[in-house]
Design a binder for this molecule. Sequence first.
Ligand code: SF4
Ligand code: SF4
Length: 279
Amino acid sequence: MAINRHHDINYHQFDVHLSHACNFTCESCSHYSNYHFSGNLPLETAEAWYQKWALRLRPFRINLLGGEPAINPKLTEHVVLARKYWPAAELYLYTNGFLLHRHPQFPAAVRNVGNFIIKLSRHYNSAEYEKTFEQVVSLLKTWQSQYGIKFAVSESFSKWTMRYIDQDHQLSPFHDNNPKQSWEICNAKYCLQMHEGKLWKCPILAYLPMVKQKLGLSKEWDQYLTYKPLDPDCSESELHEFLARREEPFCSACPAFKRPFPKNDPTKPAKKTAPPLVA
Ligand code: SF4
Ligand code: SF4
């Protein structure tokens, strides 16, 4: 029988939002960051979370992201902080890149902490977008040659799918009624979120209360808002059980088959009309 290492207690990863804000407007962002929440993660808050979780978790990888993590002016210090608590983990930064130039101290810090990779997402395909994107790639190539920084470009726009239905900023969950299949095709199924000091199954559940607060949500979402994240004071068996979970009834909110759609230019204000819903 094939071994799925993701269910091994020593083989988990988690994401941390260094900023809830984003400079882009990607429709159906799985972190809902297209709705432009505000809030950078303060270093002291992150350290208080890490102090507790470092006693419980040995992730093979930690993903620093958002939102757009480069919006946080303490981006560099956050990299150093994550390394202090998890010396052996691979550290990843997920970024759209357009604001990385604000962090001239970042590459030297990354060289010092080591075992770090920048995942640069290409979120659109147009001549105008490419002009700025090429500048970002050129900056990263300079960091690569001067500091040995590793980076990889991910063609995110080309495999974009709907995560929820958005009609004029009124969000609805899917009703495919097949949580097992929704989980199986889910790109976020191993994307635990460290948020508000707790561990959440995925971004769709972690940031849903923020969507409710900002946009309001219909009753269709009530069952999904009952999700309970894991507290760092949990028992060892609760932690094992949490990390081993696969599909849950909450996964019914998500599509049970992929519904790709062409993105709009995410550097422009969001369009009000939803992409056509593929049945
Ligand atoms: S760049 Fe797009 S996909 Fe990434 S967090 Fe911002 S809105 Fe979401
Ligand atoms: S609720 Fe389940 S299917 Fe939806 S994003 Fe989270 S893990 Fe994936």
